[in-house]
Design a protein around this ligand. Structure first.
Ligand SMILES: *[C@@H]1O[C@H](CO)[C@@H](O)[C@H](O)[C@H]1NC(C)=O
Ligand SMILES: *[C@@H]1O[C@H](CO)[C@@H](O)[C@H](O)[C@H]1NC(C)=O
Ligand SMILES: *[C@@H]1O[C@H](CO)[C@@H](O)[C@H](O)[C@H]1NC(C)=O
Ligand SMILES: *[C@@H]1O[C@H](CO)[C@@H](O)[C@H](O)[C@H]1NC(C)=O
Ligand SMILES: *[C@@H]1O[C@H](CO)[C@@H](O)[C@H](O)[C@H]1NC(C)=O
Length: 509
């Protein structure tokens, strides 16, 4: 049981990310609970001896994880936390604000960014219940010892420079309720380990470098909010998306392709905000979209959505912000959409609409530029319009769902001669838009935003019921951490490349 930790420290000083891979494999094979250095009571016994040996192992090679025997921990939980936090401190290679400067000694509840609370299963014991080091600009990685923070409910490391992967040991964190990894340098596949955390409700991994597919399981969990915008996800949207229980889902600024799933309509009861701007969605509108009666914000701008707007949009009675700009939509924008009772801002510039109802021009804010409207300023050229509109669009050809195609409402059954527009070369793709809603600034390397000014006000806070114990009277020097600045912009981290590696350790004598 001790071997993993032993090896870990034995080899500390080599490339951690590489080692991580090896040991996480070992770790999966064995139980996730073995990390505990001291979970039991303090009565002497074989377990304690093992624990003791394990602790000695932690001090192998005299590294800084050595637990000074004179440290008096109030309880084993805090001792575990100490091990976790010291390991983390060691895995940090840059801490320009000296946030971890006071991560010294046994009073872990006094460490900056660490919050304690009575343990839920034993209120007589104080335990670490939350980590909040948002905006600390720290570079490093997440060591597997973090799995010793058994009782945490919050893990907020927004706007740092962490890289690598989420350790398998996070499986221990069965109370973890909110994870905010946004605006860091995490890369690789979607961190599926997080989908196995039984208490997780709020998942924020935006502004990282995750790539590939998003797993279907993401939508099977009872989450309140999902933020995965500004990564490099590139799959189609899973058709089980409608099973999701979220009130907010932001997937903007990725490379999602394919259909706008008809199953979105199944999120009718709860969904408040759906943001998919700047992806490669290329289908028609499913008429099921009209079922989203609680939706207040819908942003599908900067995709390649085709066809006309379904009349069912007239059912979206709570819609306030609607952004369909920079797509390939055509047909008429009817009165039912523009007279939605709460609609305040409707952007549909850069499409191929050819008719708009009078009510559209009465909206508090709207933008109809660069369409094919007669008699409106700044429209596309006749030639552009004719060329596009002469092609007919066959919504069924996208083969998006078994449901009847929504676009059949427009007079001529649309047929599309050339295949749907995935090839980015053909129709001029929309310029990359600024990250509108999606708060944090783009990584510094990103091209400057070209397109329209931000439209949507920052989304309302998600329903994060702060189940997590608000930290805490036991932290003497600070009030509870402010709720994570979820929607406000994390400042740009001045982002040097994250070396996923620890500094070399002193060589063995
Ligand atoms: C970092 O903080 C610690 C404790 O607050 C302090 O002792 C140390 O001098 C600080 N280091 C720097 C470089 O400011
Ligand atoms: C925590 O820090 C405060 C102020 O810095 C100090 O007064 C207090 O004794 C410390 N408490 C513990 C438990 O270390
Ligand atoms: C959805 O909207 C209806 C009516 O507009 C409202 O009664 C209901 O409370 C809303 N549900 C949620 C979860 O916001
Ligand atoms: C559009 O609908 C509104 C309200 O439903 C109505 O008052 C208005 O007369 C309609 N306009 C047209 C041109 O049909
Ligand atoms: C539209 O596309 C579907 C599927 O590709 C095809 O079966 C159908 O015949 C097409 N309809 C027209 C009018 O071309």
């Amino acid at each position: 049981m001790t071997i993993n930790i032993y090896l870990w420290h034995h080899f500390s000083g080599s490339n951690t990310c590489f080692l991580f891979t090896i040991f996480s494999v070992l770790f999966i094979i064995s139980t996730p609970y073995q990390l505990s250095a001291s979970t039991g009571s303090h009565s002497a016994g074989i377990d304690d001896i093992l624990i003791y040996q394990r602790r000695r192992v932690l001090s192998y090679n005299g590294d800084s994880l050595a637990i000074n025997p004179s440290l008096n921990f109030e309880n084993p939980r805090l001792e575990n936390a100490y091990i976790a936090l010291q390991a983390w401190k060691e895995a940090i290679i840059s801490d320009p604000k000296n946030i971890t400067g006071n991560w010294i000694g046994h009073k872990v509840c006094n460490y900056t960014g660490v919050f304690c609370w009575p343990a839920p299963d034993d209120p007589s014991q104080l335990t670490v219940s939350g980590i909040d080091i948002n905006h600390a600009d720290i570079a490093g990685n997440l060591p597997r010892e973090l799995g010793l923070l058994y009782d945490i409910t919050l893990f907020h490391i927004n706007s740092n420079r962490f890289c690598g992967v989420i350790p398998q040991s996070f499986l221990n964190l069965r109370l973890l309720y909110e994870v905010d990894l946004s605006n860091n340098h995490f890369a690789g596949k979607f961190p599926e380990i997080l989908l196995q955390l039984p208490s997780l409700k709020y998942l924020d991994i935006r502004f990282n470098e995750y790539e590939g597919e998003i797993p279907r399981e993401l939508f099977e969990r009872e989450f309140d909010a999902i933020f995965i915008n500004n990564n490099r996800f590139s799959s189609e949207l899973p058709d089980n998306i409608g099973k999701s229980t979220v009130s907010v889902i932001v997937m903007a600024n990725n490379e999602f392709q394919g259909c706008l799933p008809a199953s979105l309509g199944n999120m009718a009861g709860r969904l408040n905000e759906l943001v998919l701007t700047n992806n490669g969605i290329s289908s028609c509108f499913p008429s099921e979209i009209g079922k989203l009666k609680n939706l207040t914000v819908l942003d599908l701008s900067h995709n390649q959505i085709m066809g006309s707007l379904p009349e069912s949009m007239g059912d979206m009675v709570n819609l306030e912000q609607l952004n369909l700009a920079h797509n390939m939509l055509s047909g008429k924008i009817s009165n039912v959409t523009c007279s939605l009772p709460k609609l305040k801002n409707f952007r549909y510039e850069y499409n191929f609409f050819s008719d708009e109802a009078p009510d559209c021009l009465k909206l508090p804010e709207f933008n109809d530029r660069r369409n094919c409207f007669r008699g409106r300023p700044e429209q596309k050229s006749m030639l552009q319009c004719q060329r596009f509109l002469s092609r007919r669009i066959n919504c069924s050809s996208f083969e998006c769902s078994t449901l009847p195609p929504p676009c059949s409402l427009s007079p001529p059954p649309p047929i599309y001669s050339p295949p749907p527009p995935s090839p980015p070369s053909a129709a001029s793709p929309p310029p990359p838009p600024p990250p509108q809603i999606t708060s944090p600034p783009p990584p510094s390397s990103a091209p400057p935003p070209l397109a329209p000014p931000p439209l949507l006000s920052s989304p309302p806070p998600p329903l994060i019921s702060p189940a997590p114990p608000s930290p805490t009277p036991h932290n003497n020097n600070s009030p509870p951490p402010p709720p994570p600045p979820i929607f406000s912009s994390p400042p740009p981290s001045p982002t040097p490349p994250c070396a996923c590696m620890q500094p070399p350790a002193p060589s063995l004598p």
